[in-house]
Design a protein around this ligand. Structure first.
Ligand code: HEM
Length: 209
């Protein structure tokens, strides 16, 4: 393959628009229902909730994956590529959560009822996750990173709380644990593996001294 073809392909892969196109792939089928309201409510809720969960998990998986792939340069390169786009991934997760919320409000059809249902734990957990994703999406820009300094990193950590409340939200609505456990188990396992490897690494350094 000539050098210029490779350089051209790399430019396409690295362009922000490529990431946005990939992240937007599930969106057209959902957006198409906004005006027509033809699809089943449960189907829309599942199809908007799932990409929100998947992207949230993907964003959270990047840090432990960086640690775990340190000795595999090729895989590590892919993880780093995703790491540079983590903000886009978080914003897209919020976008699907916003669509999910829109379908809910449209189905309920009354603001009073939405407020009344807020106190039901399966919905309180959803709203809490939504508010966190909103705060993270609003601060996903260079200006906020500069302005907030250390507080920005601290705010990013609340993403774990969003993941925990979403897991509870999903479980309370759909007690077939299978799919939920698969996604949230994955992030729990990655975190456990990262902590174990970090500890092992620091013990080895201590022994070598
Ligand atoms: C604004 C707050 C939210 C509200 C009002 C809300 C509402 C709902 C409702 C009513 C259902 C059950 C739908 C049905 O009857 O089948 C549901 C399910 C679900 N929600 Fe939410 N949700 C919210 C936030 C979120 C967020 C932030 C996420 C993900 C990050 C999420 C992911 C899911 C998932 C995965 C399901 C399970 C769908 C299924 O298995 O059928 N929700 N949500």
């Amino acid at each position: 393959m000539s050098v210029s073809v490779v350089a051209h392909a790399k430019r396409i892969v690295d362009a922000p628009i490529t990431t946005w196109i990939l992240l937007a792939l599930p969106a057209p089928a959902l957006l198409a229902d906004i005006g027509v309201n033809e699809r089943y409510y449960a189907e829309l809720m599942y199809e908007s909730g799932l990409p929100a969960v998947q992207l949230m998990i993907l964003a959270l998986a990047i840090t432990p994956a960086m640690w775990l792939t340190k000795n595999w340069p090729r895989v590590h390169g892919i993880v780093r590529w995703m790491g540079k786009r983590r903000r886009y991934i978080g914003v897209a997760a919020f976008g699907y959560a916003a669509l999910h919320t829109f379908f809910y409000i449209r189905e309920i059809g009354s603001l009073d009822l939405v407020i009344l249902e807020l106190s039901e734990i399966e919905l309180t957990t959803g709203w809490l996750a939504f508010v966190i994703l909103l705060a993270l999406a609003l601060t996903s820009n260079d200006f906020s990173v500069r302005r907030m300094g250390k507080r920005w990193k601290r705010l990013q950590r609340v993403a774990y709380l969003a993941a925990a409340t979403t897991a509870l939200h999903w479980f309370l609505f759909d007690q077939f644990l299978n799919e939920m456990l698969w996604w949230f188990g994955l992030i729990a396992l990655l975190q456990i593996a990262r902590v174990l490897i970090q500890r092992l690494g620091s013990r080895r350094t201590a022994v070598a001294r």
